[in-house]
Design a protein around this ligand. Structure first.
Ligand SMILES: Nc1ncnc2c1ncn2[C@@H]1O[C@H](COP(=O)(O)OP(=O)(O)OP(=O)(O)O)[C@@H](O)[C@H]1O
Ligand SMILES: [Mg+2]
Length: 230
């Protein structure tokens, strides 16, 4: 690894740290323990590289599988924040209502146990069908760096969804349009991480019908879903 030495000196000075030169390690003076640590590290790195190469290597600068696993844990610690992020998007899409609806398994008809599904439903502008395929990707946004609303990074939707579930679907419909959806299955995406064509196919928006538990509730709910996003 190489660093711009001026930048390092400046950063260490700002943090009140000693200059890095003062702590250089003398290779000859390595203890047996340190030498073993080095051997173990190199062996582990070589094993890791061989495993990545067997999988076909990474695509670009991000290892999709490791990134997805990391984002699940690094993202929102509290589901309430994740839901708030999705509600931000609904508000910015001009929604007048946002419903949060729960789905229960048949075996759980009395709702004694936690819901197995959750839908965040809005009656905002909806999305252009192709936009759904971008909205589910980190960095996919039509308002990058826009300071006038809540969203500007293109990270909110995917980060909040992966923090809640391993499988989720984004459905959306514009006025006068049809429902389209992209279904995300994190395990399948991770498995296809070295195959751009397979990844693209999984992120391609498809014509869709709303799941029955959402469509039936929509009739009596405050949200007409015409158009809208969930
Ligand atoms: N409920 C929604 N209705 C309509 N479009 C939406 C909705 N949710 C997301 N989008 C579209 O998907 C894009 C990605 O959303 P996402 O939350 O990831 O990013 P963002 O809101 O632009 O930025 P931020 O990361 O700051 O939240 C948005 O830019 C918008 O075009
Ligand atoms: Mg957002």
């Amino acid at each position: 690894m190489t660093f711009d030495t001026d930048a390092v000196a400046e950063a260490t000075e700002q943090q009140g740290l000693e200059s890095p030169q003062a702590s250089t390690t003398d290779n000859e003076g390595l203890s047996m323990k340190t030498a073993q640590l080095h051997l173990d590290t190199i062996a582990r790195q070589q094993e890791y590289v061989a495993k990545q190469e067997a999988k076909g290597g990474g695509v670009g600068i991000v290892f999709q599988d490791a990134f997805i696993r990391g984002m699940r844990d690094l993202g929102y610690k509290d589901p309430a924040w994740a839901l708030a992020e999705l509600i931000d998007n609904s508000v910015q899409a001009g929604a007048s209502t946002v419903e949060i609806r729960f789905g229960f398994d048949k075996a759980n008809a009395t709702q004694a146990k936690n819901p197995s599904q959750i839908a965040i439903i809005d009656n905002g502008t909806g999305m252009d069908p192709k936009m759904i395929g971008y909205a589910v990707r980190w960095g996919g946004t039509d308002r990058e760096d826009d300071r006038n609303g809540f969203g500007r990074f293109g990270y909110g939707l995917p980060s909040s969804c992966v923090s809640i579930a391993c499988k989720y679907t984004v459905y959306s419909k514009m006025k006068g349009g049809e429902w389209h959806a992209v279904s995300i299955d994190l395990e399948k995406l991770a498995a296809a991480s070295s195959d751009p064509k397979a990844t693209e196919a999984m992120l391609k928006p498809q014509r869709a019908q709303l799941p029955a538990w959402v469509a039936s509730g929509a009739k009596d709910g405050a949200c007409t879903l015409h158009p809208g996003t969930l």
